[in-house]
Design a protein around this ligand. Structure first.
Ligand code: UD1
Ligand code: CA
Length: 474
């Protein structure tokens, strides 16, 4: 069973957010540790938190059990708090640090095996660190046996020369641990109770301490400050991008592509420079995400082009184009083969197949039928200052430039509006509405009516009952 220590204050982060909740490639640091712990042990982990990191308890509620350390007195005291909540039949404890997120499950398996093989009281991971600054040093005797761990802040100058560091990952004999944990003393220097002093206690008892020696690949030295957080993010990003490129994704410049942990990409996706894909974003085959796009929690279909645009919690279906400079806000659904162009904004709206919205316009809370053309400057005035109202636009509708649609309002199939029309009443199918406020032109005699002609006398339209007049396009 795995115990994850996450009760420390993480003061070096200089943050109100507990350290282990800081995101790493779009996912909380501790979630990496929990996933790896489950992979290595097959059991639900136990997370130690403190009143100052109570947000951790809430954050892990679905994936782990929790134990409270009433005050963060050090890692040894944190493990003591965990032991109190550990079922009595647990005979081996894997201890992980919430701030060493990039450890791999295979290493933990090896750590567990190393302990069993040597009948050791504990096994630990020792890294030959490129930069050991700030970390606990592994002190060995002449024979090479691990004798104790000395913390950087308590080390002598000579001990500080040691480059072999303690990664803060341990497998422990639970029966021995239960007997001896009460014997940990607080450090005279800092007043903290160090888990690492268990090494010396084991040696006192004549028990073996097994050290698993690993190279420094940058994944095991832990995250204590934001510079280390950025370095870990960099390493993870290089690895993630390599994985997607091997899976068939083209990246023109992988050093400027930012993919969150949960992003999924299909074969022959092309990512141009300066692309950020966040959250649970998925991109379909052969789609090109062109330079300068940011997409979060959205689904983009196959054979699409997204160019220099921002897309949030939206769906774009196959063969659609978006951008340059479009903004799809939450709830935008763009139908197949649709074209969303320059400075177009869409929010909470469903667009059918092959809708064209090319220039400087806003659709909010709208339903738009297939093959409809949204003229430049078209705005749905969906917000009356109190409530949002819906706009329903049929199929093959032609909206003239600068049409204002004052919601709630419905335009039937094949309806048209003149340039600058302010539509405050429903427009029946096939009819043309022009002017301010828009009036219906008489039904077309023979040949096309002039969609941008001056406002004629027309015929009055029936007022739609009830709602106060919307005032802006929010
Ligand atoms: C610790 C080790 C050090 C090792 C390093 C590796 C000790 C005394 N030192 O140092 O030998 O090289 O990790 O990264 O263990 N925590 C609690 N309760 C507390 C204090 C800490 O749960 O009272 C948690 C923290 O949230 C963190 C982990 O334990 O997840 C490690 O604590 P941290 O203060 O970062 O220890 P280091 O100084 O890095
Ligand atoms: Ca640490």
């Amino acid at each position: 069973m795995a115990v994850v220590l996450a009760a420390g204050l993480g003061t070096r982060m200089k943050s109100r957010l507990p350290k282990v909740l800081h995101p790493l490639c779009g996912r909380r640091m501790i979630d990496y540790v929990l996933e790896t712990a489950v992979n290595a042990t097959g059991a639900r982990p136990l997370v130690v938190y403190s009143p100052a990191t109570a947000a951790v308890r809430d954050a892990v509620a679905d994936t782990a059990d929790t134990a409270l350390q009433d005050e963060p007195r050090g890692t040894g005291d944190a493990l003591r708090a965990a032991l109190a909540s550990l079922p009595a039949d647990v005979d081996e404890v894997l201890v992980l640090s919430g701030d060493v997120p990039l450890v791999r499950a295979e290493l933990l398996t090896a750590l567990l095996e190393a302990r069993t093989l040597d009948h050791a009281a504990l096994s630990l991971v020792a890294v030959d660190a490129i930069d050991p600054t700030g970390l606990g040093r592994v002190v060995r005797n002449e024979g090479g046996t691990v004798e104790r761990i000395v913390e950087d802040r308590d080390a002598t100058d000579e001990e500080r020369q040691i480059t072999e560091i303690n990664a803060g990952l341990y497998a422990l004999d639970a029966a021995w641990l239960r007997r001896r944990i009460g014997d940990l003393q607080s450090s005279p220097g800092t007043g903290e109770v160090y888990l690492t002093d268990l090494v010396a206690l084991a040696r006192e008892d004549g028990r073996i301490v097994a050290a698993l020696d690993v190279e420094d690949d940058g994944r095991l030295t832990g995250i204590n400050d934001r510079a280390q957080l950025a370095r870990a993010e960099w390493d993870l990003r290089v690895e993630t991008n390599d994985r997607w490129m091997r899976a068939g994704v083209t990246m023109m410049d992988p050093s400027t592509v930012y993919l969150d942990h949960d992003v999924e990409l299909a074969e022959d996706v092309v990512l141009e420079p300066n692309v950020i894909l966040r959250g649970a974003t998925r991109v379909g085959e052969r789609t090109r995400i062109a330079a300068g796009s940011q997409i979060s929690d959205s689904q983009i279909g196959s054979d699409c082009v997204v160019w220099a645009s921002v897309i949030e919690r939206s769906v774009v279906e196959d063969h659609a184009t978006v951008g340059p400079f479009s903004h799809l806000r939450p709830g935008a659904h763009v139908g197949p083969r649709s074209e969303i162009g320059n400075y177009a904004e869409i929010k909470n709206s469903h667009l059918g197949e092959h809708v064209r919205q090319h220039h400087m316009s806003y659709l909010g809370d709208a339903e738009v039928g297939r093959d409809t053309n949204v003229g430049a400057g078209t705005i749905t005035a969906n917000y009356d200052g109190v409530r949002k109202h819906r706009t329903t636009i049929g199929e093959r509708v032609f909206l003239g430039v600068d049409t204002m649609l004052r919601a709630p309002v419905t335009l039937g199939d094949d309806a048209r509006t003149g340039a600058g029309a302010v539509v405050t009443r429903d427009v029946p199918a096939g009819r043309l509405a022009v002017g301010v406020p828009a009036r219906l032109r008489p039904p077309r005699p023979v040949g096309p009516a002039d969609p941008v002609g001056p406002m004629g006398p027309g015929e009055p339209v029936e007022p739609s009952p009830g709602t106060p007049p919307p005032t802006d396009g929010g």
